[in-house]
Design a protein around this ligand. Structure first.
Ligand code: GLN
Length: 497
């Protein structure tokens, strides 16, 4: 039975339909797996009761041969920055430690309506600001790869959606939602050996995703296979009248043909040379070249392309991020939501004390610098300039997509760093190295997917990224599946079950 947890969603759905086991069995196994791997600290809240109740409802639907979708009875997890009705939603922060939302994020509501079973809310860097899942009040999330039980050092899971990634990698659920503002879904996907999709901005509603950078945030999907990713995308994408930045055209469900029916003949794939930057690890570079040759040999046209503004993306992202963070975080003042400090002398002092105790240093630092960039005297010099630069970065993509359909790059410059090394750097240094390859897609709003390719000589996942023009998910995911079928990445869940 344990093998069930390592299968893909469609196979489990079929087995449930054939009454090989019940949805309650599957959920119980997922909950046991969460318990067996709790040392990795992937979850902030485990929703036992909700999970069993919804699994029982799914079992009834299967008995009547009426599953609501292929997600009926499938255990999933959600990053703890998506609002879940009556379930604590903390953002990994003291500020929201006791926050219980009165409504579901659209993503969650759609997953529940499709029959998915919520097993828990996952760990993240506070308010999704980070690239390691090392900055949560609930502690660090450890990568399942390379971690030996009880050891003091370990590899980081990546971030900020590290909890979601580890939950999927360990087989504690079949898929999980993260968020992606500058790479937070693709980065942990890369380090944990998963498929990580950052969809086109606006394809999936942001309603109920607690905002970090509204103009870049997207819900992201973490799964072990491309098909599972498609299942979660199909359940959640499409217009949402409550999110004005969401698409308004109806979404057509995506079906990717079986791998042996896929052809990439004449597909034009670009290799942007700027991504081969100074800190790129040799093994990652080698893997990138190998896959480029494989695609070329399979009938694609692989050509080198130029994207001259790539290097500036990190500094531009960082300014825009801090400016939007400064205004987004203003809502946490001890009056409306969340933590309230014990301070009765004046309203200003209440705000100050609440915010100084409620936020960690990373959040406070971003609020301060963001407000500095937004001062009347600095606005033009920093914020406006960064906006112009963002346009140039997006134009690089527009130009390159006239020549090629897809870009192939590394997702991260290295494999997962060791925790002891990672925390010697400041949060901004961590992000500027970890997110070099991922942030440009958020600036342009385009879709990108990280796919695991192979294990490094140290036994850690190496992943590559595909990017395409807006709404090119069908091509992107078909190519991802083509590569997945060739590389047959050895998922760890089979080893640890
Ligand atoms: N590491 C980036 C940051 O901290 C990206 C975060 C994210 O995508 N949520 O801003």
């Amino acid at each position: 039975m344990d093998k069930v947890l390592s299968q893909n969603i469609r196979t489990v759905c079929r087995a449930l339909l054939d009454s090989k086991y019940t949805a309650r069995d599957v959920t119980k196994h997922a909950l046991k797996q969460i318990d067996d791997t709790k040392e990795l600290n992937a979850f902030i809240t485990i929703t036992h009761k909700i999970a069993i109740e919804s699994a029982d409802r799914s079992s009834e639907n299967y008995q009547m041969k009426k599953p609501r979708s292929e997600l009926e009875g499938i255990p999933i997890a959600i990053k703890d920055n998506f609002c879940t009705k009556n379930v604590k939603t903390t953002c990994g922060s003291k500020m929201l430690e006791h926050f219980i939302p009165p409504y579901n994020a659209t993503v969650c509501q759609r997953l529940f309506d499709a029959g998915a079973v919520l097993v828990g809310k996952t760990n993240l860097d506070e308010f999704a600001m980070g690239s390691g899942t090392v900055d949560s009040i609930y502690g660090v999330t450890k990568n399942v790869w390379g971690s030996s039980k009880g050891s003091t050092d370990f590899y980081i899971a990546g971030g900020s959606s590290g909890g979601s990634a580890v939950a999927v990698a360990t087989g504690s659920c079949f898929g999980a939602f993260g968020s992606d503002t500058g790479g937070s879904t693709r980065n942990p996907a890369s380090y944990c050996g998963l498929v990580g999709l950052k969809p086109t901005y606006g394809l999936i509603s942001r309603l109920g995703l607690i905002p970090l950078v509204n103009s870049m945030d997207v819900p992201g999907i973490l799964t072990r296979t491309v098909d599972d990713c498609v299942s979660l995308l199909n359940a959640t994408a499409g217009p949402d009248p409550k999110d004005s930045t969401c698409i308004t055209k109806p979404y057509t469900k995506l079906r990717i043909p079986p791998a042996d029916k896929l052809s990439i003949k004449n597909l034009k794939i670009g290799i942007p040379k700027e991504y081969a930057c100074e800190y790129l690890d040799n093994e990652v570079l080698h893997t990138w070249n190998e896959i480029a040759s494989f695609l070329e040999n399979s009938g694609a046209h692989v050509i080198e392309v130029e994207m001259p503004h790539t290097e500036l993306s990190i500094v531009c992202y960082s300014i825009l991020n801090q400016c939007e963070v400064a205004s987004n975080m203003a809502r946490y003042d001890g009056v409306q939501y969340g933590f309230r400090a014990n301070e009765e002398t004046s309203t200003e002092k209440l705000y100050a004390k609440t915010r100084s105790i409620g936020f960690n240093d990373v959040v406070k630092h971003r609020i301060l610098t963001g407000n500095y960039f937004l001062l009347t005297r600095n606005y033009e010099r920093y914020f406006e300039k960064a906006l112009k630069l963002r346009r140039l970065i997006a134009t690089d993509f527009d130009n390159v997509f006239e020549k090629v359909q897809i870009l192939l790059t590394p997702t991260t410059l290295t494999t997962a760093p060791l925790y002891s090394e990672f925390i010697t750097k400041s949060n901004s240094e961590q992000c500027s190295q970890q997110d070099y390859c991922t942030q440009p897609a958020n600036m342009a709003g385009i879709p990108a997917v990280s796919i695991p390719i192979k294990l490094s000589s140290a036994g850690l996942p190496i992943s590559l990224q595909l990017m395409g023009r807006n709404f090119s998910e069908p091509t992107l995911l078909a190519l991802a599946k083509f590569i997945e079928n060739e590389v047959k990445f050895p998922h760890i869940v089979e080893k640890i079950l």
